[in-house]
Design a protein around this ligand. Sequence first.
Ligand SMILES: [Zn+2]
Length: 234
Amino acid sequence: MKLRPRQEIGSIPWDPDSYGQSHLGLPLEVWRPADRCRLLIHAGIHGEEGETTIALSRALRLLAEPSPHCAVVLAANPDGLIRGIRGNARSVDLNRNFPTKDWRPDPVKHRSTLDSPRDVFLSPGSGPGSEPETKALIGLIEELRPEAVIALHAPLACIDDDKQGSLARWISEKTDLPLVADVGYPTPGSFGTWGGERGLPVVTYEFEMTDKDSIVRKHVPVLAELLAGVDPWS
Ligand SMILES: [Zn+2]
């Protein structure tokens, strides 16, 4: 993999396209691959998981040229990221807002920390796929038609793929994170379920609960390999 000189990795070397707008009017940005899109990696769909955006940005900034086959969304929920909240500006948990068969109107019960009870309520949206960020991401995927999507999250420390496919196994081996078939609790309306219902493999890549430098050291090289065109399907 050809890397940029270290002095240059402070900036992203090429411009994104906009694939829509958030509720607050912020651009939803995608860095497109040079060639056909095989993989989409998105980060920051939960605005409290900014470490996913930082790690994916750092991996993107290492590349000397655009990724051959991987599209990148650094901030799937920019309103949540700028406000430091899990949901979007309307307090909708976007990862419960996808139009799936199991979408539920009930409040989304969230733990404020991993050892807390589920006593923080968010909305799953006024209906399946109600939010602009959800609609835009679906539109982007329908346009790009990737072979698989990686959704970055934290801090459950696992690689979640109900099919346990080759991409998930590759990430699990590279990261030493356990490969699991679910995260251990129901996630109606999740992005992964939405992909599964359409035959689109989705790997939920959950970083550990640790400091930012440890995440960067461990996960940026793995993400950079994927961006640089390593083929985990072969
Ligand atoms: Zn998350």
